[in-house]
Write a protein that binds this ligand. Structure first.
Ligand SMILES: [Fe+2]
Ligand SMILES: [Fe+2]
Length: 255
């Protein structure tokens, strides 16, 4: 399946496609313009309905956890979910909605858990989708359990795939780029060589890309839950190790 082409796996829903080639500039206002992302298909497709609902929630999202991130996670879910035999309708909807609570976490500087909050926010939207009650419950569970630092472990296959896809977008080249993007969003320095990364506070000047690598990103590979996810994680982890080794050398003027 080509990237961002949405289907529910049934003939009825195969017309439901997102044409990312039509994507225009990444101005935040584009999120409110329906024609920017969609090639209109079957309006009865639950994934398409979820897409229309979800994108509006990301209007105020910071770049490190925005709609683009959810679409990358969606694509990784396609790749991993198909291999693992997941229910793709559940997984696709959960991927689109998984970070809708992120803005609340960001403006509370981490006091609110976006996974728990997002699961509550998603309830009314998911209830109106044309999917079974079991799927609705699973979608909500996927959102609630996707967080690396969360307290709800993923219990279903779909939740494990979403968890892995979300973590994979935090490592490798994209992960490094997002770590520095996030550091910029919270006003952190490029690097704090004198700071103890394990004692530094999140959302502070010392919440650097390197700190994020040391306290979180370097541990992600061992937390991945699916076989296909681990295959991708191994490659991304290797790149990240090389990047930060080189980063420190360059920072100290050694290369
Ligand atoms: Fe998240
Ligand atoms: Fe996410």
């Amino acid at each position: 399946m080509k990237p961002f082409a949405v289907s529910t796996g049934t003939t009825t829903h195969m017309n439901c496609k997102i044409n990312m080639l039509k994507r225009r500039s990444r101005l935040i206002e584009d999120i409110s313009e329906p024609e920017a992302l969609l090639e209109i298909g079957d309006a009865s497709c639950p994934v398409r309905q979820a897409y229309e609902i979800a994108r509006k929630f990301y209007h105020r999202a910071r770049s490190s956890h925005d709609w683009d991130h959810s679409l990358r996670v969606y694509n990784l879910c396609e790749r991993i979910g198909e291999k693992e035999g997941a229910d793709m309708t559940t997984l696709r909807i959960a991927a689109l909605l998984h970070d809708i609570g992120r803005h609340a976490q960001d403006i509370s500087r981490g006091a609110i858990c976006h996974a728990q909050h997002g699961a509550r926010m998603a309830g009314p939207a998911v209830r109106q989708l044309p999917v079974s009650d079991d799927r609705k419950d699973n979608i909500i569970h996927c959102i609630r359990s996707h967080r690396f630092r969360g307290t709800t472990p993923p219990r279903t296959l779909e939740a494990r795939v979403l968890y892995d896809a979300d973590k994979l977008d935090a490592i490798g080249a994209v992960g490094v780029a997002r770590a520095f993007l996030f550091a910029g969003e919270v006003g952190a320095r490029l690097h704090s060589p004198e700071a103890d990364v394990y004692a530094s506070e999140p959302y502070s000047r010392d919440d650097t890309g390197f700190r994020e690598f040391k306290v979180k990103l370097c541990r992600i590979r061992e937390k991945i839950l699916t076989a296909e996810g681990r295959r991708i994680a191994d490659q991304r982890h290797e790149f990240m190790e090389l990047f930060f080794k080189r980063f420190l050398e360059e920072y100290e003027g050694k290369r």
